[in-house]
Design a protein around this ligand. Sequence first.
Ligand SMILES: Cc1cc2nc3c(=O)[nH]c(=O)nc-3n(C[C@H](O)[C@H](O)[C@H](O)COP(=O)(O)O)c2cc1C
Length: 330
Amino acid sequence: MNNFDVFKKNSLLFAPMEGITDEPYRIAMLKTFPEWDQFFTDFLRVPTVGKVNEKLIMDHYGPRIHANESWRKKNSFQILTTPRAQTLAAVEILESLKMHHLDLNLGCPSKKVNSHLGGAYLLSDHKALKTVLSTIRKNFTGCFTVKMRIGYRDDINFSDTLKLIQDEGVEAITLHARTRDQLYKGTADWNYIARAVSEVKVPLIGNGDIWLVDDIENIFVNTKCHSVMFGRSALKTPWLAKLYKEYIEDDAHIDETYLLFQRKNYLDQYFEALLREYREIGWPDNLILKRFKSFSRNLFDDYEDFETIRGSFLRSESLAAFLDHLAALK
Ligand SMILES: Cc1cc2nc3c(=O)[nH]c(=O)nc-3n(C[C@H](O)[C@H](O)[C@H](O)COP(=O)(O)O)c2cc1C
């Protein structure tokens, strides 16, 4: 079996995002914008001490998604771990739960995470990286991928890191084309994506600053990457995968007028679906409002008076007031 069958060529992947891609969010997106080919949990930090049990794993993944085989295929589990953490115990549970896909986080730039030898730190410590990779690969039979940056401080280890990861038997590599020290500064450098495509045999998934339909075209043409992943851009345009697929089928549609015409319609669908899912799990209005405000930070950039619009959403004192602003939006 080719484990990588979970992603077909030119897949559009919705990135793992802490504080966002929890189970209700992913279900809302699966139902509303099913054009996204794959979703990810945010990273589960594998504990060094303390219990690693099925409940921990299942709560992070989402039992409703797990119970639905077609949703499970479209939802990958991401872990963040270190050589000291209980990786084996976590992986054995993921295996017993028949997860299709496990992704290892090698990109998190948080000082705290890195000082505990996790996330992007592992790019600078190949001995530790090899230990973690081989523990996962030997004990997980599904699709195993990593999500990495170019390097920790700089790009000096880039080729060696790619080779090590490939040699340890991963099925694919996602590259966020920045170093850890760059955090989110500047623009991702897609030249590293093209370089990685030429240096590894496994599929390479490009990530970083893919904002528009044109960017998707450009990154596929210029880097020859297998698939692409969207983080902040997916939060800005949660219907971007739909736009791209419409463009592929009939490019005449994707002009400015069309984009503006559809925007309000999709915004309504987005918030309606999220509201339904958060209510389904019993979230109170104040918690939903907090989430909606955090989402509104990434939306509305395309509106001419986006600062006023965003300000009115951010100042909403109740969920009802937030939804009133949404209803009044053109
Ligand atoms: C709010 C937020 C949370 C994130 N959480 C994670 C995470 O849990 N795991 C991970 O691998 N990357 C995480 N990332 C990084 C994104 O997955 C992605 O690699 C990065 O944002 C670059 O892509 P973009 O330019 O499309 O945003 C996060 C990014 C953001 C903005």
